[in-house]
Design a protein around this ligand. Structure first.
Ligand code: PLP
Length: 343
């Protein structure tokens, strides 16, 4: 039986031909260091996003860029506010830089509590706030109006990171566009990655777009020659094949909608997801669900040990994998494990 990995929010599609060939051509020059300035990648991104190349910082995944940002802007003991539960890399990026994480609980429906986060951001010693939209692992996305309102409440000297790792999967009217905020908000930093929609998780390449001074400060902390030549070449080629990539994203979104409808029909109450994943609030049955999934040949991501707040994140993968997910999860639907219904 094929085993499907639905635990890391990867793109299930193989690389597009032009992308694979560009990376392979770069591999042939592996005796050379890569372009330290990521020149071609910055030029392609600047044209694509309508920002200047000086506003960009690439890294070995957008997680690495976040590490460097915290390193650049936080002294030991400085506060970094983020939602929780959210992306697990945040507490690590904060901790390795000896900053202090300030986790702000999500609302009951898995959303950022922007009021509480703005209050936390106004506390002295806060240097950075991270917004994750859509939130990994729960799925809800923020609107532009919500983020603009949030920015109005946050001190101008606090950096507001808008992590848009799953941006391409968002189908929400009025969803935030971090890059569009940059012109008026010099404290905004947008994080984007080639790991998810663009299907380059294994090559490690992501970036930030920010005010040029912020970008320059982050670049100082970046590792020399961090982003490999195959990664740079693949990212540039992926931007050139964006139409085909986005058709694949569309297929994943359609599968997501199919899975959400099936799970809702089976009795699950899911937070509104705009990522390539769904969050199953399985509570104390988290480990049992993941074990049953393992037996059915799908690997899910448990977030156990948190009592009723525990749950399972499942990536939307191949249709066959999604079918198995629906089948297994239906057996654990709250409706099917409560009081037996019927006579
Ligand atoms: C996957 C992900 C990233 C990007 O990770 P890379 O380091 O670019 O692979 C960033 N933020 C969130 C919330 C993610 O889920």
């Amino acid at each position: 039986m094929t085993t499907y990995k639905l635990s890391s929010n990867e793109n299930p599609f193989p690389p597009l031909p032009g992308v694979e060939e560009a990376a392979a051509a770069a591999l042939a020059r592996m005796n050379r260091y890569p372009d330290a300035g990521s020149t071609a990648l910055y030029a392609a991104l600047a044209a694509r996003l309508g920002v200047s190349t000086e506003q960009l910082v690439a890294g070995t995944g957008s997680v690495a860029v976040l590490y460097h940002l915290v390193q650049a802007f936080c002294d030991p003991g400085d506060r970094v506010v983020h939602a929780w539960r959210s992306f697990e890399a945040y507490p690590i990026a904060i901790g390795v830089n000896a900053a202090v994480g300030v986790p702000v609980p999500l609302t009951a429906d898995g959303r950022h509590d922007l009021t509480a986060m703005a209050d936390a951001a106004a506390e002295p010693g806060t240097k950075v706030v991270v917004l994750c939209t859509p939130n990994n692992p729960t799925g809800p996305a923020l609107t532009h109006a919500e983020v603009v309102g949030f920015l109005a409440r946050v001190p101008r000297d606090v950096l507001v990171v808008v992590d848009e790792a799953y941006r391409e999967f968002v189908r929400l009217d009025g969803a935030v566009d971090g890059v569009a905020l940059l012109a008026e908000h010099p404290n905004v930093v947008v994080l984007r990655t080639f790991a998810k929609a663009y299907g380059l998780a294994g090559l490690r390449v992501g970036y930030a777009a920010a005010h040029r001074d912020v970008a320059a400060a982050v670049r100082v902390c970046a590792l020399p020659f961090g982003v490999s030549a195959p990664a740079q070449a693949a990212a540039v080629a992926a931007l050139e094949h964006e139409d085909e990539l986005m058709a694949r994203v569309e297929a994943i979104v359609a599968e997501r909608e199919r899975v959400v409808a099936a799970l809702t029909g089976a009795g699950w109450e899911l937070p509104e997801t705009h990522g390539n994943f769904v969050w199953l609030p399985a509570g104390r049955r988290t480990s049992d669900l993941v074990t049953a999934a393992d037996e059915a040949g799908i690997v899910l991501r448990p977030f156990a040990g948190d009592g009723p707040l525990s749950g399972v994140r499942a990536t939307i993968g191949e249709p066959e994998a999604n079918d198995r997910l629906v089948e297994v999860a239906a057996r654990f639907a709250p409706a099917s494990t409560g009081e037996p219904s019927g006579p």
